[in-house]
Design a protein around this ligand. Structure first.
Ligand code: GUN
Length: 283
């Protein structure tokens, strides 16, 4: 059996077309959806991510405001910028690119963002809303994974989903989203003694560790859906995920590739959240 690919590029394209339509509808009502992206310092990976986010906004008719600040920016100065953007009616979403320089308390900065503009979904109010099933903003990467499952018409009710990784950004919110769709969810992590015993029971596996070959073919139940959130470089410098793609695709029913899988979905869901924030600002 060879797994069917879940194409994150094609799905993103479709969702971004919908975003562009919603953005046009809002503009017709006199509201230009706007996202502020704050970058502090010169982290090379962050610069690429931020550039891609701004480009995605431009392509979808979402106004973007990119603020670049030197690494010497103080925490108080950053908090003051967030306060100004919280009160700026032309800005509906605020994203502070992480990581921040060590002298700035990232959690304090995230908590300073108005929950109504927290399009990254990292604020405790957003995390709490997800936990209790209230409307809020879902973190973009696990939200994108849910959209990928939806795109193949996968019904999670009664299925066993195993999430590998317990980060606040992916693993934990992913588990809650799967639970909300009535899956039985297991979260595995670095202290899990027998990962393979868990993944072999899984109908759905989400690998979100940040390490190559965390999931290999012998660990996958035939026909399972495998979602690879990893973004690693292999020995040859090639982009690869957490999953041994060539091996696992022989066993799984569906699999997301890297690149071209979850990656493009993350930025797409940021656009979706920004549109949602702008639409909510009307009510
Ligand atoms: N750094 C790496 N990924 C992300 C993300 O999704 N959002 C923010 N704000 N920073 C990041």
């Amino acid at each position: 059996m060879t797994a069917q690919l879940i194409d994150g590029i094609a799905l993103s394209k479709q969702l971004r077309t919908e975003v562009a339509q919603r953005a046009a509808a809002l503009r017709a009502q006199g509201i230009a959806p706007g996202l502020a992206v704050l970058l502090v310092g010169e982290n090379p990976a962050s610069q690429v991510y931020v550039r891609n986010k701004v480009k995605a906004c431009e392509d979808s008719g979402v106004h973007s405001l990119l603020e670049r600040h030197p690494a010497t920016l103080t925490e108080a100065e950053l908090l003051a910028r967030i306060d100004a953007l919280n009160n700026d009616p032309t800005i509906h979403g605020i994203l502070v690119q992480l990581p921040l320089p060590a002298h700035i308390d990232a959690q304090k900065v995230i908590e300073a963002i108005s929950p109504a503009k927290d399009v990254d979904g990292f604020h405790v109010a957003s995390a709490g809303a997800l936990m209790v099933g209230q409307p809020g903003f879902w973190p973009c990467t696990p939200y994108g994974c849910m959209k990928m499952l939806e795109s193949i018409g996968y019904d999670l009710r009664g299925k066993h989903a195993v999430v590998i990784g317990r980060s606040n950004i992916v693993g934990k919110p992913m588990a809650l989203m799967l639970l909300q769709k009535n899956a039985t969810v297991t979260i595995c992590h670095s202290a899990t003694p027998d990962l393979k015993a868990m993944t072999l029971l899984a109908d759905v596996v989400v690998a979100a560790v940040g390490k190559q070959n965390v999931l290999t073919a012998d660990m996958v139940k035939p026909g399972a859906v495998v979602i690879d959130v990893g973004m690693n470089r292999n020995e040859d410098g090639k982009l690869c995920g957490d999953v041994d793609f060539e091996g696992v695709r022989q066993v799984a029913g569906y699999i997301t590739p890297v690149p071209g899988g979850v990656g493009p979905m993350t930025i797409t869901m940021l656009l979706v959240n920004t549109l949602e924030a702008a639409e909510r600002s009307l009510t």
